[in-house]
Design a binder for this molecule. Structure first.
Ligand SMILES: C[S@@+](CC[C@H](N)C(=O)[O-])C[C@H]1O[C@@H](n2cnc3c(N)ncnc32)[C@H](O)[C@@H]1O
Length: 273
């Protein structure tokens, strides 16, 4: 297919189909990205008519899931926004634990975990925090992209992905195999990776810390609000919500308070006056 592009009407049909399934929002700015994803998916499915492809996706659930997977942006890295992990270790986890019985579990959710780097960074941060051990952390990590989740569960990363991770963490938490680092079993076992579409009801309750970073930017305001309100419902009263550095709840009608901890913005539940 040469110079592939679609009509305004077809663009709107695909935009709606994707939005209703995932909250991911395409517009005039990122339209070319969608067009190129559609083109690749049509070639893969051996379909050369856009209407036929639309019908094919509407009728084949598996192919539709794979298509949604293909339009996600999965860019991530270990210890992305380092400050978040520093305040977790030095301020937030110790504060939460102060009010807990020694036997209670710290529950963390990486919502939109992509290929797992964020969840493993969270697990390492917990284990490096005084008073935390493997028995008292539960980390859930979820994504809509099954392909990313497969990579996350495997926990095998090329050396360049870990270039910014300290040699101390590398030897403590990874095994080296050729040009790759593989997450050690004890670290992998701290995390449960699973499919979850943020459109749906959260799969867990009483979560202490939610990381949903660099995910809301792909949603429109309406879907962002729906998503964070669901987070509020399942967060413990002394829990924290982390968003990406380019995301904000500013001006949005939510039940969250802003907190500036050492220069990082984190959200806590508004519990009334
Ligand atoms: C850019 S990555 C962010 C990864 C990680 N949180 C970070 O900040 O490095 C965005 C992730 O959100 C996921 N995502 C997008 N829409 C989603 C939805 N409706 N439900 C669950 N995950 C979604 C994508 O599949 C992608 O892996």
């Amino acid at each position: 297919m040469q110079n592939f592009s679609i009509s305004e009407k077809d663009f709107l049909s695909f935009k709606t189909l994707i939005y209703e399934e995932s909250g991911i929002c395409f517009n005039a700015v990122n339209r070319v990205i969608l067009e190129s994803k559609i083109e690749s998916a049509m070639i893969k499915a051996n379909i050369d008519n856009i209407l036929d492809f639309y019908c094919f996706l509407s009728e084949n659930r598996d192919s539709f899931f794979r298509f949604i997977d293909s339009i996600t942006t999965n860019l991530t890295k270990f210890f992305r926004a380092k400050k978040h992990f520093e305040i977790l270790q030095n301020k937030i986890i110790p504060k939460i634990l102060l009010n807990r019985q020694a036997s209670s579990c710290l529950k963390i959710w990486s919502a939109g975990c992509s290929t797992g780097e964020e969840a493993y960074s969270l697990a390492i941060t917990c284990l490096e925090t005084a008073g935390v051990n493997i028995e008292n952390i539960q980390i859930f990590a979820s994504d809509i992209s099954l392909e990313s989740l497969t990579g996350a569960k495997e926990g095998k990363y090329s050396a360049y992905k870990l270039a910014e991770v300290s040699p101390y963490y590398l030897s403590k938490y990874f095994d080296k195999e050729g040009g790759y680092y593989i997450v050690k079993d004890f670290l992998r076992k701290c995390i449960v990776f699973d499919y979850h579409n943020l459109k749906n009801t959260p799969p867990h309750r009483n979560i202490d810390i939610i990381f949903c970073r660099n995910v809301l930017i792909y949603f429109d305001i309406e879907f962002q609000k729906l998503t964070v309100n669901k987070f509020c419902d399942i967060l413990t009263n002394d829990g924290y919500l982390f968003l990406g550095n380019s995301e904000s709840l500013f001006g949005m009608d939510t039940r969250f308070n802003f907190n500036n901890i050492d220069g990082a913005i984190v959200y806590t539940k508004y519990l009334g006056d």
